[in-house]
Design a protein around this ligand. Structure first.
Ligand SMILES: Cc1cc2nc3c(=O)[nH]c(=O)nc-3n(C[C@H](O)[C@H](O)[C@H](O)COP(=O)(O)OP(=O)(O)OC[C@H]3O[C@@H](n4cnc5c(N)ncnc54)[C@H](O)[C@@H]3O)c2cc1C
Length: 415
């Protein structure tokens, strides 16, 4: 069918990118980008890093200035999509209008999981997902003395590093036994535990939260599962996200840990694609469908869908990569380390310039690089072409990932 009108639901990283990529691919039809957040689409990563530190202004977070959308004829509509009428190929907006589509792209992202504890509604308790969240939280950092962070994941620890740098006493409560455990190897978790301790952050593992305490509607502390009350004039939680898949589910699309898509990022309806944090997709790197929460995933999936809609279909197989900045540490991860059974450390734990190479059944599956950007770039190239590097080779004295990648590329191209 001829595509005259593509409607995108969600104007975040993936939604913006699919609009931009459609124009780059030469799509000349109508594009409507419907998003429920106010303002011009913006990047989230700096919210818990440079923006919170006051190093970046709000305007610099925008992917593009407002005029760009006009130039590109990408119609921005600020509204929530409340229903998809698949039989009519139209979406219903919260402002009462209906928009017809030839193809619909769902890029609805995810929302924070909110801890179900008494006191969560108190003033001074924050999640961190939107510019509005960061704008509400940021001014408090100048005056608070004690912050409690619930969850030692990426966002909680990014916030902890910023707050500690601003002189706030930070106490992190984490149910698990180490930081960022869902995504990192033990050695790299250890690097970040040591770094946070060095910045004065207290990391408290194996802990639950019983309640958040308050006075006159304002937070005053956090009561832990083991009965302590920690002082807090600010509480930030980061205990993971839930995919925004209800709209898809209500429209009868398949949903399993996110909107289910096939290898080409199509939902169970051939007129509807889905991309980004909201999506569970088959990956050549995993035995079961996965859902990733990263800029790379949102951008690469958006590009893949734009190319398919312009007649260039490919199975989505981009190598996942991710980064986090905490204090002076920049961690970059290439690949997925889930299920690794062996690690090799390359570099120095003391100077915190190192890469952890993660192997599963003898095969390199991920590389975590801390303050070693050259390793990260080499790892991305190496993993993208299914590396044959063995753990024994990687453990040899003087092994350099960048040199190995260059040499193995030469061998591959001359074979
Ligand atoms: C604080 C923070 C720091 C991060 N740091 C990093 C990082 O360092 N590196 C990294 O790789 N990733 C990072 N991420 C993750 C990254 O930002 C996300 O993976 C990425 O934004 C996902 O893009 P998306 O378009 O799928 O979702 P989003 O960017 O969340 O966009 C989805 C949009 O859809 C809107 N929406 C939902 N439902 C509807 C509806 N029914 N109608 C209209 N609009 C709707 C939402 O309000 C939202 O605006 C960070 C995320 C956060 C929150």
């Amino acid at each position: 069918m001829t595509l005259n009108h593509i409607v995108i639901v969600g104007a975040g990283q993936a939604g913006y990118q699919v609009g931009a990529s459609l124009r780059q691919e030469g799509f000349t039809g109508r594009i409507s980008l419907v998003g429920d957040e106010p303002g011009v689409p913006y990047q989230r990563p700096p919210l818990s890093k440079a923006y919170l530190l006051g190093k970046v202004a709000a305007a610099a977070l925008r992917f593009r200035p407002p005029e760009w959308y006009e130039d590109q004829r990408i119609e921005r509509i600020q509204a929530s999509v409340s229903q998809i009428a698949r039989a009519q190929r139209s979406v219903h907006l919260s402002n009462g209008t209906d928009i017809g589509y030839d193809h619909l792209v769902l890029a609805t992202g995810a929302r924070n999981r909110v801890p179900t504890v008494p006191g969560i509604e108190l003033d001074g308790v924050f999640g961190m997902r939107t510019l509005a969240d960061a704008d509400a939280l940021s001014p408090r950092l100048a005056t608070v003395r004690h912050a409690v962070v619930i969850g030692a994941g990426f966002i909680g620890l990014e916030f902890a590093a910023v707050a500690a740098a601003k002189g706030v006493a930070v106490h992190v409560l984490e149910l698990g036994t180490r930081p960022m455990a869902r995504a990192l190897s033990q050695p790299m978790s250890d690097v970040f535990s040591a770094a946070h301790s060095g910045w004065g952050v207290t990391l408290d593992f194996g802990q639950t939260v019983a309640s958040i305490t308050g006075e006159d509607g304002r937070v005053t502390g956090v009561e832990t599962g083991d009965g302590r009350v920690l002082p807090a004039d600010l509480v930030v939680y980061g205990i993971g996200v839930l995919p925004n898949s209800e709209l898809a589910a209500e429209a009868g699309l398949e949903v399993r840990n996110g909107i289910a898509v096939d290898a080409q990022l199509l939902t169970s309806d051939p007129s509807i694609s889905a991309i980004g944090d909201a999506v569970s997709f088959p990956s050549p790197l995993a035995a079961h469908p996965i859902r990733l929460e990263s800029v790379q995933n949102a951008v690469d999936q958006a590009r893949n869908v734009a190319a398919r809609l312009m007649g260039k279909p490919t199975a989505f197989a981009a190598l996942p990569w991710f980064w986090t900045d905490q204090g002076e540490l920049k961690l970059q991860i290439a690949g997925l380390s889930e299920g690794h059974d062996h690690t090799v450390i390359n570099g120095s734990l003391e100077t915190k310039q190192l890469s952890v190479l993660c192997f599963r059944q003898g095969r390199l599956i991920a590389v975590e690089s801390c303050n070693r950007p050259a390793d990260h770039m080499a790892a991305r190239k190496l993993l993208a072409r299914a590396s044959t590097l063995s753990a024994t080779e990687a453990a040899q004295a003087g092994f350099e990932l960048k040199a190995y990648e260059a040499a193995s590329r030469e061998v591959a191209s001359s074979a």
